[in-house]
Design a protein around this ligand. Sequence first.
Ligand SMILES: NC(=O)c1ccc[n+]([C@@H]2O[C@H](COP(=O)([O-])OP(=O)(O)OC[C@H]3O[C@@H](n4cnc5c(N)ncnc54)[C@H](O)[C@@H]3O)[C@@H](O)[C@H]2O)c1
Length: 308
Amino acid sequence: MAPNVKSAKKVFVFLGKSVFSLLETMIFTLIPKPRKSVAGEIVLITGAGSGLGRLLALKFARLGAVLVLWDINKEGNEETCNMARDAGATRAYAYTCDCGRKEEVYRVADQVKKEVGDISILINNAGIVTGKRFLDCPDELIEKAFDVNFKAHLWTYKAFLPAMIANSHGHLVCISSSAGLFGVNGLADYCASKFAGYGFAESIFFELFAQKINGIKTTIVCPFFINTGMFEGCTTGCPSLLPILEPEYVVRKIVDAILQEKVYLCIPKFIYILMVLKSILPTKLILLIGDYVGAFHFMDGFVGKKKN
Ligand SMILES: NC(=O)c1ccc[n+]([C@@H]2O[C@H](COP(=O)([O-])OP(=O)(O)OC[C@H]3O[C@@H](n4cnc5c(N)ncnc54)[C@H](O)[C@@H]3O)[C@@H](O)[C@H]2O)c1
């Protein structure tokens, strides 16, 4: 085929597919996208011992999924497991695992594969926060934030993605944060680890697309502060646009996004607008907007979780 005919064909295919995608998006903004069933799917949730992880476990229990719950906190995790059974989970398994330790992730992953089976929905949710200005952050806490908030995602993907590829079926869920999209005063190590988690999940999404592996879905979640205790004491300067979120609401949105196979989820919607503004406005204006929404003082009253 002549090179100009080939490039004209490429342009037509690109335009055709783009129009189709836009139409599909428009239709699904008017009518809700159908939700897939997760009954019988084996769902692994890291950090299931409290907060979002616990609520996600209860939601998936009600949807008929098999639950594999990981947490460093044995007591909290077993409590979630019992709550999930009470909520209707026929099979729920609690494993104590420090997700920040690669060897432990691999060891517990092997145990899960033998005792439960291949994971089909992987939710990387475990997270920690230092909550200090960068120069006050002890090195070991910075390293720990990266180990738990980011590197754990690498090791869990290494452990569970091969079987998803072999089965051409799976769903990878990354609980990042709005702090994975914007830098925040007083959260440098946390932001960096959350940006890394976001970048990693998005890269694997593109890697799977490039290899035409269509059966594995990706969902990347970026919520603003949530009332789980992790950011106890933090405040918002603009509650109408950036409210402190209720965990039940966030979890409902996350589960909906997973069932509808949505790739990106920012909560609240104002985060999407901030992302566009950050890309197009001059820096001075961005600083003014940041000041208006209280972004430079979110962390001023930070107390954090009293007990893990
Ligand atoms: N709370 C917020 O404001 C907020 C906002 C955006 C994103 N997030 C993210 O949502 C996720 C859940 O946070 P949450 O608010 O439910 O907090 P949370 O503290 O209630 O839950 C985190 C869970 O992770 C577990 N965990 C901590 N270190 C671990 C480790 N090394 N190995 C295994 N488990 C470990 C904890 O025991 C806990 O059960 C985190 O990734 C967090 O960064 C939270």
